[in-house]
Design a binder for this molecule. Sequence first.
Ligand code: NAG
Ligand code: NAG
Ligand code: NAG
Ligand code: NAG
Ligand code: NAG
Ligand code: NAG
Ligand code: NAG
Ligand code: NAG
Ligand code: NAG
Ligand code: NAG
Length: 474
Amino acid sequence: MISLSLLALAAQCVAATTAVASNYSAAVGWYAGWHEPDVPLSSVLWSKYTHMTYAFAVPTVDPKAISLAESDEELLPQFVTAAHKNNVKAGLSIGGWGGSQFYSSNLGSASNRTSFVSSVIGLIKKYHLDLVDFDWEYPGVQGLGCNTISTSDTENFLSMLQELRASPIAANVTLTAATAVVPFPTTNTSLVPQFATVLDWIAPMVYDLSWNWTAGSPRIQRALPSSPLDDSCYASTPDVTGDGLTGRGSARSAVEAWVSAGIPRSKIVLGVPGYGHSFNVNASAAFLSSSSFANATLLTPYPSYDTLNHTVGDKWDGTGGTDICGRFWGPGGIWDFWALVDAGYLLANGSAAAGVPYHWDACSSTPYLYAADRGVLISYDDPRSFAAKGAFVRANGLAGFSMWEVGGDPKGVLLDAILSAPTNASLAVTPSAAAPTPSASTPAGGSGALAQRADGWTSSTLCLLLLAACWTLN
Ligand SMILES: *[C@@H]1O[C@H](CO)[C@@H](O)[C@H](O)[C@H]1NC(C)=O
Ligand SMILES: *[C@@H]1O[C@H](CO)[C@@H](O)[C@H](O)[C@H]1NC(C)=O
Ligand SMILES: *[C@@H]1O[C@H](CO)[C@@H](O)[C@H](O)[C@H]1NC(C)=O
Ligand SMILES: *[C@@H]1O[C@H](CO)[C@@H](O)[C@H](O)[C@H]1NC(C)=O
Ligand SMILES: *[C@@H]1O[C@H](CO)[C@@H](O)[C@H](O)[C@H]1NC(C)=O
Ligand SMILES: *[C@@H]1O[C@H](CO)[C@@H](O)[C@H](O)[C@H]1NC(C)=O
Ligand SMILES: *[C@@H]1O[C@H](CO)[C@@H](O)[C@H](O)[C@H]1NC(C)=O
Ligand SMILES: *[C@@H]1O[C@H](CO)[C@@H](O)[C@H](O)[C@H]1NC(C)=O
Ligand SMILES: *[C@@H]1O[C@H](CO)[C@@H](O)[C@H](O)[C@H]1NC(C)=O
Ligand SMILES: *[C@@H]1O[C@H](CO)[C@@H](O)[C@H](O)[C@H]1NC(C)=O
């Protein structure tokens, strides 16, 4: 009886939420174990997800020993149980920005791969996993700074996945990869399509794309959109001033590049952020002419900011420290969606609060706001940008979306927008035979970014005019 009334209560709770995950075959979230104190499993909006992935397990120097020491080892079984109770597939993500140091060496030889594969199989069996996500940042491209790396990373990654897939234990497990916005680097273009035969999907991480981690060189750069749906407004701009006003990828460029490289649309899940980035921009630089804060239409398009002067973002943002490579990082300047609401910049429904200068950037289909009390411009995502991303996913026949991270949007405001987005045919991408050959030979921008510069415009005046038009015509 008790369980029946609990079920009824649970049904009511589910009915009270608006959108559920049924419009996508993959409505995915990464659950960051270390945020559990703020995001208990009981608070998770399970009905809005089809799959959820626990972050992170980390490869160690020994390919036989993938470690859960960095996250909460005791929480993982509870996570899997809670997911299964809610009919959500439970996954484990291996790697991450700070956890990819030993991927290359773990997969660097046939015997290391065999050890790694049995270690993955051990995790699948021990924790009853339905999904394993490989978040290698990045095969063949340096990420953090001291990762092991090899020119054979892409083919070794493929060989490992083939070996894993061949095991009866992993045959029915969903295997996925979080990727950069450009395809895996390889000299043999026939390798990339083969990933589609062993992976259920790839999730290009379309976020952190404003952020050039080579901070300080040049010191002054442009505050670009963090998660642009499209960056063609500025992607084809030559970086005439050397301040980084150039595309670093977008949802559109990512889908074009991966589809051109041979990954079917149905095997692409769009990586979307529940957070934004802030840039220290003083009021005179943030606003065109000397307009008042109240006139949001006058925010300067992509103003310059000092890459060495970041202010700490929300309470989940780090104040800085030394990473495993021994490199010092200052604050990230990260603002989660919930924190923008808590700080009073946004209303609970995601609209800008009264008096907060807000601008919808039509180029990228993402908003900016100016936090005058902190002197920071913030590029973030709101329900409108999530609806645009959902429309894009549907227009392009992608499998769905994956949000970093579940805890960023605890009330499901962004989720509801992406879950219930109608399709929009004008957002369909048609990669042409002339699509640029994907290349990922340049060091990464952020966790989802690899430099992808395009040539094109020769008139910087035209570019500036275009930018101004994009910025103000909305
Ligand atoms: C294989 O793993 C060992 C550590 O167990 C490591 O020392 C070695 O470099 C790896 N091999 C390759 C080719 O990366
Ligand atoms: C995998 O799925 C197939 C087909 O549904 C089934 O016959 C097989 O027993 C499954 N294997 C495992 C290990 O669950
Ligand atoms: C490229 O990879 C394919 C598939 O693995 C292989 O059949 C082919 O021989 C490779 N080509 C070269 C030039 O290595
Ligand atoms: C505001 O920032 C701009 C651009 O970084 C800089 O040139 C200017 O000196 C700053 N103004 C003040 C008052 O700090
Ligand atoms: C804001 O700026 C626009 C463009 O210059 C102007 O048309 C509008 O009247 C201004 N609004 C306010 C409230 O100052
Ligand atoms: C958000 O809430 C405010 C205040 O209730 C309302 O004025 C605004 O229209 C809402 N925004 C949207 C997009 O519904
Ligand atoms: C850093 O940015 C803040 C906020 O925009 C500003 O107040 C401060 O003067 C800047 N510091 C330096 C050294 O530029
Ligand atoms: C699916 O999308 C449609 C818009 O095309 C929306 O009306 C509907 O509510 C969505 N379904 C769910 C379960 O969110
Ligand atoms: C569809 O996308 C186009 C291109 O971004 C946009 O202009 C239009 O407003 C969108 N339509 C709807 C109904 O959202
Ligand atoms: C970051 O800045 C460095 C130094 O200017 C530049 O070489 C690199 O291409 C930039 N990266 C991206 C992703 O824009």
